[in-house]
Every structure is written in C-alpha cells, then in structure tokens.
Design a protein around this ligand. Structure first.
Ligand code: F6R
Length: 583
C-alpha cells in the first residue's frame, strides 16, 4: 500500500532516474499517482503526476539524492495535489501509512495561520516537522518529535533544504535499506534495489536511519541513541520478479502452482509439530486474516473440524474488536497472511500480545511484521506474489493449513501423502490445453453482468473466494453462496441465462444446481465428473478433503481471462493495492 523508494550517493547524478526505475518495481503497492523529489545543487525539485508510474517518462536534472512515492489513495482524491512528495517550506517528504490523529493537528496549525494545499494527512507531517525545526531542533530530533505525535502506522522519508541527508523512520510500515560501498537505497520492498545490491538492513519499528552521501547511521527513535544493524544477504533467486514468457504476473503465478504447493508442505515434522504444540496449548484459537486469506482460513475451519475435531474461530481481522473480550493469556491468535503486513491483522496481534495471547502465523514473507511478532511462524514459500489478486499464496495457505489439521490429529504422514498427491495432480492439471479450454469459456461470458457461485462444505469458502477473484480483476459483479442457501432468497435473482458456477459434483450440490438450472441458469460445473446439467465443465481431479484447493484453480484462470477479454490489466486492478498497510 504505497511504495516508497530513495537513493543517496548516486555518484553519476542519476538519482531521479534510479528512483523512477525502483518505483516502477514497487508499482504493485499503489498505482494511482506518483512523485519524485530530487535534491539538486541549490534546491529540492518535485515532480508529481496522476497515473501509473510505469507509463511515466519525466526528465531529471543531475542529483545524487532523491526520494519517491507511488500512491494508493487513502486521504483525498487521486489528484496531483494529493500525490506525494508533500512539502512545506524547507521540508519535503513521502509517506506510507496513516496519520490517524492528523485532523486535530491540522486544525491547530490552521489556527496558527498554516495553509494546506492538499487533503492528505501526509502534508500535516511536513508542517509539523517544519514547526519542530523552528524550535531549533536538529533534523533528526525534529523528525523524532513528530513521530511521537503521530498515532498509526507509517514509514517516512524526509528531505530538508540545505541538508544532504535523507531521514528514514518507521513504525508498522515496511522499510528496508540496501547498501553498496558508495550508495544506499531505501525502499518498501527489496525488488526496488535488487539490481544494485542484495545486502540489506531491515529498519524495525521505532527505528530511524540517517543516510548521507550513501553512508547510513541507525538510531533508536525513543532514546535517540545510535544502534548497529546486521548486514543480511538476501537470496537473489527468491526476490527476482520476472514475468518470463507470460503476459501478466497473475497468469504466471497461477502456473507457479505447479510447484508452489509442494514447497508449502515442505516443512520438517519437527517444525510442523512445534507449531501445532503451540496451537494445542490454547484454550480458544482465533484465526485472523483478511480478504482472500480469510477465505482460505474459512476452508481451514472445515479442515480442523473434520480432520482434527477442533473448533477454530475464524474471524476477519477487521471484525475482531467485537470478540476482543475473549482474548487472554490462554488464547492462541493464528494469523494467515500472504504479505505479513496487513494492518488489520497486525492491530489484532498487537492488542493480543498485550493481553498475553500466544501468536502463531503463516505468511509468505518471512521478514514481515506478522512473522516477527509471532511466537511461532511457518513460511508459505510460494515465491514472491506480485499480481494484486492472490492466487498461489492462497492455495499454499490452504495446503499448509490442511497439513496442520492432520498434524493436530496426529496423522501428519497421512496428510503429507494426500498433499503430495494433490501437488502432483495440480502439476498435471494446469497445462496450456486446460488454459485454452477455460479461455474459450471466458470468451462466452465476457459481456455478462452477474455471476453466482455455489459450493458446500469447504467449497463454500471457495465460492466466496471465486467471487473475490472474478470481481477484483474483471469488474463483473460476482457473489458466492453456500449451495444450500440459494433457495433461501438469492434464487429470486436467477433468470434465463444467469451464469452460475457450481463448485463440486456431490449429489446435494448437484441437486441445488438443478434448482437453479430449472429457473434458466447457465451452469459452469467445476467437478471431477461431468454432470448432464453442466453447460460447461471445468474438470478438476478428485481430491477428497483437498477438493477446495484444486477447485479454486480453474476459477483463478477464468477470472484472469475474463479480465483479458474485457481489455483490463489483471495485475493492477482499479482501486486496489497488493498489501493493505492501513486500517
Ligand atoms: C485478493 C487479495 C486480498 C488479500 C488481503 C489480505 O486477491 O489478495 O483480499 O488476500 O488483502 O492480504 P494478506 O494476505 O497479504 O494479509
């Protein structure tokens, strides 16, 4: 959610160009507008524009130091005024996160005569830092003092006129420094600078870095004291983001599932059992997640119930405040997240930690804030997921959660065997012929207005997930239901030609689908066997308790091709961003 990137010590004077290039690699974090500030001989020059940074071709003057931002709007419309960098007199900055109490400070400053040119919370931070500088604070202390005023999560990069430093500070939003001998890079995510270096320092919460002419010093925000950081060498392979021969990351990542499922379950027995031991100690387990990860968690509720006879309370993280009074030192909070950065989840975990709850998590990013706050964490190892719509991370989450349910019932080997067979079946199933068949089905559906999806048991959450996938990339209205629920109301919407995707070929689901067919529905069946009521059939292997994992795959491909048929960019759907680091 918003990408930020900076470079210091660019000896060829190409800092602006380097920031532009780096931001293009972070575009998945936000793509409604962008801006770059370069520190030139006499002044700081800001360029900002509405639109995708991938399409931008600005010209920069020579500069060794620059900061930039690719925006996902939170406060204020998508306009050039609201895009970052924001500045006030001598202070220029970019911001990822939310300044929750900004309105109160803004009103105080307005009373003092300050004039604001944007609707953003970020601009207020520039004014506050300026105010602190006027009190003769050093730039470092001015930024520290303002960090104490801000409630909410943030990562900030600040430039001050007449000073060649970049001040970077973080609480809750990611910020990583990449270092070479002469040049330093500061970014929301590693791929932005990976072409220059794989030596990184992670800035943790309430830490700051002062970067000058490529040299970096780290400080604790509270004490102001200097701290040392360990150089970490990241693997190039894990971070490389390349579409290869594919047209989009989304379809590449769907095909990555040929191997990602096997990686998800490739944890040692000891790692799995240690994780399960923590879960079993809990008196009340709450699984918290958002969006697609929440639908994977809902499937896991069925796995744990049916395989391990354990009740898991699955709650969307944003709804947890209503259940907070149940959380105590005996509770286990189980976070499921691709990015490991999602603010709604972090909020729940931080509150839970204060009450002594045990925190366990599965994420795809091992260095993420959710992984760090956890008492036990298992990585998904799905490889970088860059398309906004989650695909391979979702099925990896489900595979690992299914394995954990087997481990919970002391049948880890049986679970492994089932999932290894599943991984092999998926590898065979996703092939160009299968893809072409689904593409043909998508062609027939591209101008429809509504799609309904039904499923039963652990396929019910996949009906909900199918709706998310279709809506977010194709903008077709889609809605998922428990198969048995259609007749309790939504069936009123079925008329001649209404498209219904039916997940599963069991007798009861087919009977529900027949009720829809009788009212004119056009049925797309996702099942191991073709039923006579299917107008189109997307075949999936028979996978018993893992049926939910294989059944979402053809719908992911269908969603992708619906977007393509409608001339949309499935990697960067409107109004969305890859990781949601604001509440
Ligand atoms: C949809 C999608 C989102 C995410 C949600 C949680 O395709 O990707 O719904 O699942 O924003 O994100 P993570 O898993 O990073 O916590």
């Amino acid at each position: 959610m918003c990408g930020i990137f900076a470079v210091s010590g660019e000896k060829n004077g190409k800092a602006g160009e380097a920031v532009l290039k780096g931001l293009k690699k972070l575009e998945y974090r936000g793509y409604d507008s962008w801006g770059i500030a370069t520190q030139e001989a006499e002044k700081i020059v800001v360029i900002k524009e509405v639109g995708k940074i991938s399409k931008a071709t600005p010209n920069f003057s020579s500069s060794e130091c620059a900061i930039g931002h690719s925006r996902w709007a939170t406060h204020g419309k998508v306009t050039s005024e609201n895009s970052h960098p924001h500045f006030y007199k001598t202070v220029t900055l970019v911001h990822n996160g939310i300044f929750e109490n900004y309105e109160k400070e803004k009103q105080r400053l307005i009373k003092k005569g300050h004039i604001f040119t944007s609707e953003t919370d970020t601009e207020v931070i520039a004014h506050l830092i300026y105010e602190e500088l006027q009190k003769n604070n050093t730039p470092k202390d001015a930024v520290r003092n303002v960090a104490n005023i801000i409630t909410g999560r943030f990562a900030l990069l600040v430039l001050i006129d007449g000073n060649s430093q970049i001040i970077a500070i973080r609480r809750g939003s990611p910020l990583i420094i990449g270092r070479t001998q002469n040049t330093s890079y500061i970014a929301s995510d590693i791929p932005a600078f990976l072409e220059y270096t794989n030596i990184v320092n992670y800035i943790d919460d309430d830490e700051m870095a002062i970067v000058e002419k490529g040299e970096v010093e780290y400080f604790d925000v509270v004490s102001g004291k200097s701290i040392l950081k360990r150089d970490i060498e990241v693997s190039w392979k894990d971070e490389v983001l390349d579409k290869g021969d594919y047209d989009h990351f989304m379809i590449k990542e769907i095909f990555d599932q040929k191997s990602s499922l096997a990686s998800a379950i490739n944890h040692s027995d000891e790692e799995i059992n240690n994780f399960i031991e923590k879960l079993q100690k809990g008196n009340g387990v709450y699984m918290v997640s958002c969006g697609t990860a929440h639908k994977a968690s809902m499937s896991a509720e069925y796995y744990f119930s049916q395989i391990a006879k354990r009740k898991i309370n699955v709650v969307p993280a944003s709804e947890m405040p209503a259940f907070e009074h149940f959380i105590n030192e005996k509770t286990v909070l189980f976070a499921v997240s691709q990015s490991g950065e999602t603010a709604d989840i972090l909020e729940v975990l931080e509150q839970g930690k204060k009450k002594g709850a045990t925190i366990i998590s599965i994420t795809n990013v091992e260095s993420s804030a959710i992984a760090k706050i956890s008492d036990n964490h298992l990585p998904l190892r799905a490889g970088k997921e860059k398309a906004v719509a989650s695909t391979k991370a979702t099925t990896s989450q489900m595979a690992l959660l299914l394995l954990l349910a087997y481990a919970d019932s002391k049948r880890l080997n049986e679970g492994r065997q089932i999932l290894q067979n599943l991984a092999a079946n998926v590898n065979e199933m996703i092939n160009p012929r299968y893809e072409d068949h689904i593409k043909e089905v998508a062609k027939k559906l591209s101008d429809i207005k509504n799609i309904f999806i039904i499923g039963r048991n652990s396929l019910y959450p996949m009906a909900l997930e199918s709706a998310i996938k279709i809506m977010e990339v194709s903008y077709i209205h889609a809605q998922g239901f428990a198969a048995g629920e259609m007749k309790h109301g939504p069936i009123a919407l079925i008329e001649e030609g209404t498209v219904c995707i039916v997940l599963g070929g069991d007798m009861e689901t087919i009977s529900n689908a027949t009720e829809l067919k009788s009212r004119g529905a056009r049925i797309i069946g996702v099942a191991p066997e073709r039923d006579k009521i299917f107008d189109d059939w997307l075949k999936v292997p028979e996978s018993s308790c893992a049926q939910s994992i294989v059944s979402i795959l053809p719908v992911q491909i269908l969603a992708y091709y619906l977007a393509i048929e409608r001339g949309l960019d499935p990697d960067m759907p409107r109004n969305l961003a890859k990781s949601v680091t604001v509440k």
